[in-house]
Design a protein around this ligand. Structure first.
Ligand code: KIV
Length: 276
């Protein structure tokens, strides 16, 4: 396959669209999604060819220092989303609708999504939940908002689950499959499957025409997503499903210590860092 027919090569010079993602599924091309919360990080991932950037409500933990995603508000995520859009030129930017910003009604979901699209320039939104949020998905899609669905371990429901644990085992797997099919029928352009058994994720992936995006869902999904701080080694105790590709915590620790040592000793700033 030549690079110009791949998701990475084919969309050069313009943003990736939901149609590109649908075409990638038809070709059997897998792709990677990463979270991003600021312009500089977004630029690095965009230039690395990551086709979809998610401004996740995981910002609650990794940006704002909360214990969960529950305290996050639309106003918390709007400036982060705007920064990620400004920092990228190719990636499709998806904004998470935070807890309490869409569950009440389809009208509330549309109001929140419209803010992300008008005020921050998001290209799509993500919502957690299955059949109970179908009216929201239908309203958003008919208003022209691309919707990424999210099933399995949906962190906004952590208090119902009684912790962050694997979902969709046994009978619950059939329910998740039914949810996924209904979300596809309602017009979602993709679905995140978080912390579900690999064989269930495989069955959902082959049953749907829209791409599945796995996180802790094994290797069979059409795409994968990780929180970038997990991937880069900034998270102290990452989950079992995380593969660490860098050790930024150690790199930053070394750099901060070296800088402080240089300041203490007078080695920094040297003449080369001083204006004449
Ligand atoms: O908020 C988030 O980062 C997410 C991903 C982990 C899928 O929802």
């Amino acid at each position: 396959m030549s690079s110009s027919t791949t998701l990475y090569g084919g969309a050069q010079g313009r943003r990736v669209t939901v149609r590109d993602l649908a075409a990638a599924k038809e070709r059997g091309e897998r792709w990677a999604m990463l979270t991003a919360y600021d312009a500089m990080t977004a630029r690095v991932f965009d230039e690395a060819g990551i086709p979809v950037l998610l401004v996740g409500d995981s910002a609650g933990m990794v940006v704002y220092g909360h214990e969960s995603t529950l305290p996050v508000t639309v106003d918390d995520l709007l400036p982060l989303t705007a920064a990620v859009v400004r920092g990228s030129s190719r990636a499709l930017v998806v904004a998470d609708l935070p807890f309490g910003s869409y569950q009440a009604s389809p009208a509330q979901a549309l109001e929140s999504a419209a803010r992300f699209m008008k005020e921050a320039g998001a290209h799509a939104v993500k919502l957690e939940g299955g059949r109970r949020i179908l009216p929201q998905v239908e309203t958003l899609v008919s208003a022209g908002v691309p919707v990424m669905a999210h099933l399995g371990l949906t962190p906004q429901s952590v208090n119902v689950f009684g912790g962050y644990r694997v979902q969709g085992r046994g009978q619950a797997g059939d329910e998740l499959m039914a949810d996924a099919k209904d979300l596809e029928r309602a017009g979602a352009f993709s679905v995140v499957l978080e912390c579900v058994p690999g064989d269930l994720a495989q069955r959902v992936t082959t049953s749907l025409a829209i791409p599945t995006i796995g996180i802790g869902a094994g290797a069979a999904t059409d795409a994968q997503v990780l929180v970038w701080q997990d991937l880069m080694g900034l998270t102290p105790r990452p989950a079992k499903f995380v593969k660490q590709y860098a050790d930024l915590a150690a790199t930053m620790d070394r750099a901060a210590r070296a800088y402080a040592d240089d300041v203490r000793s007078g080695a920094f700033p040297s003449p080369e860092h001083t204006y004449l």
